[in-house]
Design a binder for this molecule. Structure first.
Ligand SMILES: NC(=O)c1ccc[n+]([C@@H]2O[C@H](COP(=O)([O-])OP(=O)(O)OC[C@H]3O[C@@H](n4cnc5c(N)ncnc54)[C@H](OP(=O)(O)O)[C@@H]3O)[C@@H](O)[C@H]2O)c1
Length: 308
């Protein structure tokens, strides 16, 4: 990796699922000055090495004052509060911030499947606003978080109950990133010298811990649990049928049922879930290495056992 360049970085949502990992990795670099910004009524606590500002996001004077003197604003808001980005981006422009990392941390909005999912297309407006106000954005693309998704059974593999649905017609390779590696990737990106960081202006950065198939995740889960394939209840539904069922659920009003189609789509060849070439190029710039699948799966198995 190139020499670390210290920067003044403000982070919103640094207490959240991905924010915690981002803040930890940024603080480990020890070269940056980090300010956490949180809501006035937030109960979030932060490591002592960071400076904290709490206030109302509708109060522009609070936001401009909290952001003044910072080069970069990372926004990692929860999924139901992403609209709060507008006042944050507007205040950042007034405060002289140069780069915004908007709340993305998901799949590639340039991927062919993006049009199908409003959750992806809605992200573009914040990139556009950032550019309109004279700043630059860098969008972190990491696909569904690997360990977080595995814990929730979202890859179609339910470790706790030893059940798996291996989707027939979705056997492709796809990228996925651990929470820790997303944090480390952001920290490595923001430590690049100016000339290198500038190459990511108004572009995505592609992070990945693994480029794998659903079958490989199941094999790793079998090894990590010390079980045999015959101990598992494995079904092989046709992908089109599963998607039709998920869509029928959405039509009935269960809006979160789209998640099943969302994950399956990443596993289908040619949909955009596999961005390995771009991730490999960025990993080289950022000095990131692929992790050990078995180690990460083992840690998830342990975590699930601990909460039983
Ligand atoms: N790739 C994936 O698998 C995946 C999965 C889930 C989400 N994501 C993406 O990652 C982003 C961050 O998700 P996350 O799960 O890390 O978020 P999170 O933990 O749910 O929330 C992050 C922070 O948002 C702030 N917040 C919560 N409600 C708010 C409100 N009403 N108004 C303003 N701020 C509020 C809180 O910060 P304070 O308490 O400090 O104010 C909270 O700690 C999502 O928006 C989504 O784009 C990706």
């Amino acid at each position: 990796m190139s020499t670390i360049q210290g920067r003044r970085i403000a982070i919103v949502g640094g207490s959240g699922t991905i924010g915690t990992h981002t803040l930890t990795a940024l603080l480990e670099d020890k070269s940056h000055t980090i300010t956490t910004i949180s809501r006035a009524d937030s109960n979030a606590t932060f490591p002592l090495q960071s400076r904290g500002k709490k206030g109302d996001y509708t109060d522009e004077s609070f936001l401009v004052s909290a952001l003044t003197g910072h080069d970069i604003l990372i926004i990692q808001l929860g999924i139901s509060s992403t609209d709060q980005q507008t006042p944050l981006i507007k205040a950042a422009a007034k405060a002289g911030v140069r780069y915004i990392l908007p709340t993305e941390f998901g799949s590639d909005i340039y991927a062919p499947f993006a049009k199908v999912f409003p959750i992806m297309s809605s992200k573009k407006q914040y990139r556009d606003l950032t550019e309109e106000l004279g700043m630059s954005w860098i969008a972190v693309v990491n696909n569904p978080w690997f360990d977080w998704s595995l814990k929730g059974g979202l890859w179609g593999i339910d470790i706790a109950n030893q059940k798996a649905s291996l989707y027939v017609g979705a056997e492709g390779r796809f990228n996925t990133t651990t929470l820790k590696q997303v944090g480390e990737g952001v920290a490595a990106l923001l430590s690049l010298p100016d000339g290198e960081l500038e190459k990511y202006k108004n572009s995505p950065v592609y992070l990945s811990s693994f480029c794998i198939t659903q079958r490989e995740i199941l094999d790793s889960a079998i090894r990590a649990t010390g079980t045999k394939e015959s101990d598992w209840d494995i079904t092989t539904p046709a992908v089109d049928e599963v998607i039709a069922e998920a869509r029928a659920e959405v039509a009935k009003g269960n809006h979160m049922a789209f998640i099943k189609e969302f994950y399956i789509t990443h596993m289908r060849e040619g949909t955009g879930g596999n961005y390995q070439e771009k991730a490999a190029k960025d990993a080289e710039v950022l000095g990131l290495k692929e992790g050990s699948l078995d180690e990460v799966v083992k840690a998830v198995v342990q975590e699930l056992a601990d909460v039983k």
